[in-house]
Design a protein. Structure first.
Length: 192
């Protein structure tokens, strides 16, 4: 099951939340609990971009871009909260800027609502324990899953040039004429 559906996105959120527990147990003492969670959030957003893409090739390409942006956000953020905000921003840009298409004003409003709503919901349910942090991560992805309930989005087409409709019609006509010649030549050979 791909992640570009409501249930696929919810499943990813659950796995990301559960994965945050061992990650924080191992990396928390080394990096600090908040920085470990911020780095984990950046990594999960980059992976989420790959999972929700309409196809694997586009997902890997845009996921690579998300990894690069996540690295920059992680290095430039002075506090873990800014890095987590950067993760939400990276997701919004990758999802509506590169993976899916809709009206610009609608995309801006939708991504803004999902980013702010997801961060606020995560902040509201976050707790000081490992389970509280996992619940915050799951709640963020729960809100992000709502993206797939909103209509009006289309997959972005690949960068390959589209075939001109007249050229396509010409090719079909030539194919039909060639098949007509084949039929007439085969009839002539059976008569003789």
């Amino acid at each position: 099951m791909r992640g570009n559906s409501l249930f696929g996105s919810l499943a990813f959120g659950l796995l990301a939340a559960l994965g945050s527990i061992p990650w924080t147990m191992v990396c928390g003492p080394i990096l600090g609990r908040l920085w470990a969670l911020a780095i984990y959030s950046l990594a999960m957003v980059a992976l989420y971009v790959v999972v929700i893409a309409p196809n694997w090739s586009r997902g890997v390409a845009i996921g690579g871009l998300a990894v690069g942006l996540a690295g920059v956000a992680g290095l430039l953020a002075p506090w873990p909260a800014e890095a987590i905000f950067g993760a939400a921003l990276i997701l919004a840009i990758a999802r509506s800027g590169f993976l899916y298409r809709q009206a610009p004003a609608r995309a801006l409003a939708l991504e803004g609502a999902l980013a702010i709503g997801g961060l606020l919901f995560a902040y509201a349910v976050a707790g000081p324990t490992l389970l509280g942090a996992a619940l915050a991560i799951w709640s963020f992805f729960l809100v992000q899953s709502l993206y797939f309930l909103v209509g009006g989005r289309r997959d972005r087409v690949s960068d390959e040039p589209a075939v001109d409709p007249f050229e396509k019609a010409r090719q079909r006509a030539l194919a039909l004429m060639d098949s007509g010649r084949f039929l007439s030549s085969s009839r002539d050979s059976t008569k003789g």
